[in-house]
Design a protein around this ligand. Structure first.
Ligand code: DAH
Length: 396
């Protein structure tokens, strides 16, 4: 800001001072000086920042300020006469400026301190909490429901050998059903010279558990399985839960009751209707495919009712049957003494049905937006009394 444009110095007064001091129009009197002083005082008091105050200083007492110019242009005689008074006025002005500067500086510091204060009472920034993947949640829910029916959880390796995965399950080397389970083989064989592969289903856990624990048995085996398949409804890795009950006098009625009880608890509704359809699996005889009735509500599949009701359809849910005699024998059990039923169900499909997801691939994309939409709170441990699933953010 140049001194001519300074808003804080009275231009007329400056001119008067200069004129008077140059001896033209009369003398620079004490009165004119007093006016100059009071204009300065006003300007100093009304400066609200150090910058504004400095502009006042430059125009009043600066090197080319009013008073310096006046002194320069003054007749030497006048100057000698008035110098003490002018210098006093100048010194007073400089003093007032310095005092005002201290006030403004401490006010500025005060304002900064207030502005930069850290308010410790604010809540800490939120950290992403993480959530339980729907597949894990559904496995936990199913384990909870089965536990209530007296089932224990068994497990087996994901890198399985050819014998447990196929042969012991009544699928010898040349069996055509092996083709439906195209999977990933390893170049190396195990100690017993068996071919190694990524298990294609959880059924080998049946064999392992029979061999390890004998009969009677009531187990489920949840876990990952692998097939060389990939589209909207198939991923190369997916999840199954195997079920196996071995006891005396076990029949298809036990199987149907168990599955009905399971699905009623899982889908949290009483109107589950199952249809057992004859099918074929090498490891069961007879084999049944279990279908459940459903209808479309707002474009979503909703399980419930009979598939034969108007507006309803049947949907294949899982494979099951009575354990084949050859499988019992491979598991070290006498088929004339023990009977059993088994089933295998896709966990991802059950999750899709219960929680309304439509693309299986999204389950394994690792997109946290999907997970925060469908995931479950880590605190939401499934219990039969407290409900078995409440998605994160559902507000329930
Ligand atoms: N293992 C079969 C599959 O992955 C599913 C299955 C069918 C399991 C019938 C069973 C069963 O235990 O009895 O396709």
């Amino acid at each position: 800001m140049s001194e001519q444009q300074s808003p804080v110095v009275d231009e007329h007064l400056s001119e008067a001072v200069i004129k008077a001091s140059s001896g033209g129009d009369g003398a620079l009197t004490g009165e004119t000086l007093a006016q100059w002083m009071s204009a300065n005082t006003g300007a100093i008091e009304s400066a609200t920042t150090v910058g504004e105050l400095d502009a006042v200083r430059v125009s009043a007492v600066g090197k080319s300020g009013t008073i310096t110019l006046a002194l320069k242009k003054m007749h030497p005689e006048h100057r000698r006469e008035l110098a003490p008074e002018i210098n006093r006025a100048k010194a007073e002005t400089e003093n007032a400026i310095a005092q005002r500067k201290t006030v403004l500086e401490s006010a500025a510091l005060e304002a900064r301190l207030v502005a930069e204060t850290i308010d410790l009472s604010l809540p800490a920034p939120t950290k992403p909490k993480g959530s339980v993947h729907p597949v894990s949640q559904v496995m936990d829910e199913l384990a909870e429901i089965f536990a209530d029916m007296g089932f224990a959880v068994a497990s087996g390796p994901e890198i399985e050998d050819d014998w447990h995965n196929f042969t012991a399950l009544n699928m010898p080397d040349s069996h055509p059903a092996r083709a439906m389970h195209d999977t990933f083989y390893f170049p190396d064989r195990d100690a017993e010279d068996r071919e190694m592969l990524l298990r294609t289903h959880t059924s080998p856990v049946q064999i392992r558990t029979m061999l390890e624990q004998g009969a009677p048995l009531r187990i489920i085996a949840p876990g990952r399985v692998y097939r060389s398949d990939s589209d909207a409804t198939h991923t190369p890795m997916f999840h199954q839960i195997e079920g196996l009950v071995i006891d005396k006098g076990i029949h298809l009625g036990h199987l149907k009751w168990t599955l009905e009880t399971l699905l009623k608890a899982f889908f949290e509704r009483d109107d589950i209707v199952l249809r057992l359809r004859p099918s074929y699996f090498p490891f069961t005889e007879p084999s049944v495919e279990v279908d459940t009735g459903f209808s479309f509500i707002d474009g979503r599949r909703v399980v419930g009712g009979s598939g034969d009701e108007p507006g309803h359809q049947w949907m294949e849910l899982l494979g099951s049957g009575m354990v084949n005699r050859n499988v019992l024998a491979a598991g070290g059990l006498d088929p004339d003494e023990w009977q059993g039923f088994a089933f295998g169900v896709g966990v991802d499909r059950l999750a899709m049905l219960k929680y309304g997801m439509n693309d299986l691939r999204a389950f394994f994309d690792g997109d946290v937006r999907w997970l925060s939409h469908y995931g479950f709170s880590a605190l939401d441990v499934p219990t039969l009394s407290g409900g078995v699933g409440t998605p994160v953010g559902s507000g329930a």
